[in-house]
Design a protein around this ligand. Structure first.
Ligand SMILES: [Zn+2]
Length: 438
């Protein structure tokens, strides 16, 4: 009875919020969760529940899986706006359930914050968990990446659903051994791409075997610590691969899985990893590859995740980077592009960003390829300017602004190609300033 009234109250509250023009975000879930922390048990779900977690790439992968299922004619419920903690997922469920807690959909697809997987799915069924990667991320908020992995490992000890893991991330593929009785562990991988290297070029974790502590041996690195590795001592890393992307073609923007060609709208290796996870996840549910092809050929997030725009005749790529790997992936794309370009880096240190900006020293700014000018902005715009100068970039070509509007105005004083990197709270304000010029 109590849960019935909680749901009723939240539905009324949702209507009031809507009338006031508010979206609700995490709010409904927060109120309901405070009222009854076990409310997740109350929902009656008969359809498959899919969750995506990672340090980077959750939103894109989650939304792409949802889009494929939509294209295949399935009704999905998803937290597409990225409210990915227990309160955000609960809000999504509260908005879509009946008063008796029944949820009518063909699939539930959720992006879940790495730290909240055990919280959300303690009392809520989970059929497929997709894990993309683990990187160092906002140390002052999240702590060491190892403690996060151990938390998920503990959760997985009793989990028997589908577990879809990135075999090329040693931090992720180790989780396949968390429950030796789980027969539903699947690994995905991406074959060597043209800019893979023999040495690690960027900050990375997981240099040692989690089982026998021997140093891992890499055949190649794709980016950060993602690559083809194995433990020379205990053979860790030698898994049977369920889906592997091959023939990665960045200029054609395509890859192949099981001889099916996927055309995409991006030339980033990082996105090909996300989409390989999408293909693998959808094939677990026997979704016809034609729906996946059709969706990926048109899929773009357009919310500052490798978003491409033309502003005042200048081709522009905007990307979120809230940790070193996110920034390094953007810079990799910039460096793989031979054209002349300019970089705008916006760095804030608001609460949601973490107050500690020391992570910028793990960004690889060495040898920026054909970058003619760097502009920095944000509450820590001077810190990032100093970081880039220290990496050896000519200081006369660096302009630091405290005012974002001025920075963006200066950036578009010419039509040279632009790469824009912004961290968490600076991303949307930066987009807004840029879109004003469109
Ligand atoms: Zn080992």
């Amino acid at each position: 009875m109590k849960n019935f009234f909680i749901i009723l109250a939240m539905k009324v509250l949702n209507i009031i919020l809507k009338i006031c023009g508010k979206h609700g975000g995490n709010f409904l879930g927060k109120v309901a969760f405070d009222w009854n922390p076990e409310i997740f048990k109350y929902f009656k779900v008969t359809c498959p529940v899919i969750a995506v977690t990672a340090t980077n790439g959750k939103t894109m992968t989650n939304n792409a899986i949802g889009s494929v299922l939509n294209t295949a004619g399935k009704k999905i419920i998803s937290n597409k706006e990225g409210n990915n903690m227990e309160t955000g997922i609960l809000s999504t469920l509260l908005k879509s359930c009946t008063l008796s807690g029944k949820i009518n959909a063909d699939y539930l697809v959720f992006e879940v914050d790495e730290g909240y997987v055990p919280v959300v799915f303690k009392d809520f069924r989970l059929d497929t968990l997709v894990i993309l990667d683990f990187f160092r991320d906002q140390l002052d908020r999240n702590g060491e990446v190892e403690s996060l992995i151990l938390k998920i490992n503990d959760f997985l000890k009793t989990y028997t659903g589908n577990l879809l893991l990135n075999n090329d991330d040693p931090n992720v593929s180790r989780l396949g051994l968390a429950n030796p009785d789980n027969k539903n562990v699947y690994y995905f991988s991406v074959d060597r791409y043209q800019y893979a290297t023999n040495d690690m070029k960027e900050a990375g974790e997981g240099k040692f075997c989690p089982f026998c502590k021997t140093r891992l041996e890499y055949e190649y690195y794709q980016y950060s610590h993602i690559g083809k590795f194995k433990c020379p001592n205990c053979d860790y890393g030698n898994n049977k691969i369920y889906k592997q992307a091959k023939n990665i073609n960045l200029s054609e923007m395509s890859f192949e899985i099981d001889d099916v060609l996927y055309k995409i709208k991006s030339n980033s290796i990082y996105i090909i990893y996300n989409f390989t996870a999408v293909v693998a996840c959808c094939s677990l549910y026997n979704i016809d590859t034609k729906y996946i092809q059709e969706t990926l050929a048109n899929f773009e997030l357009n919310n500052g995740r490798l978003e491409k725009l033309i502003i005042k005749d200048a081709p522009t790529v905007i990307n979120l980077a809230k940790n070193p790997t996110g920034a390094n992936v953007s810079l990799r794309l910039l460096n793989e592009d031979p054209d002349e370009k300019e970089l705008l880096f916006v760095l804030n240190d608001n609460k949601a960003d973490g107050f500690d900006v020391s992570w910028i020293w793990d960004i690889n700014f060495d040898s920026l390829n054909n970058v003619k000018r760097v502009i920095t902005a944000g509450t820590r715009g001077y810190d990032i300017a100093i970081r880039i100068k220290t990496a050896g970039f000519d200081e006369n070509k660096i302009e630091a602004y405290l005012d974002l509007e001025q920075a963006v105005y200066a950036l578009y004083s010419n039509t040279t190609k632009k790469y824009v990197i912004a961290n968490y709270t600076s991303l949307q304000p930066t987009r807004k300033e840029i879109l004003k010029l469109k």
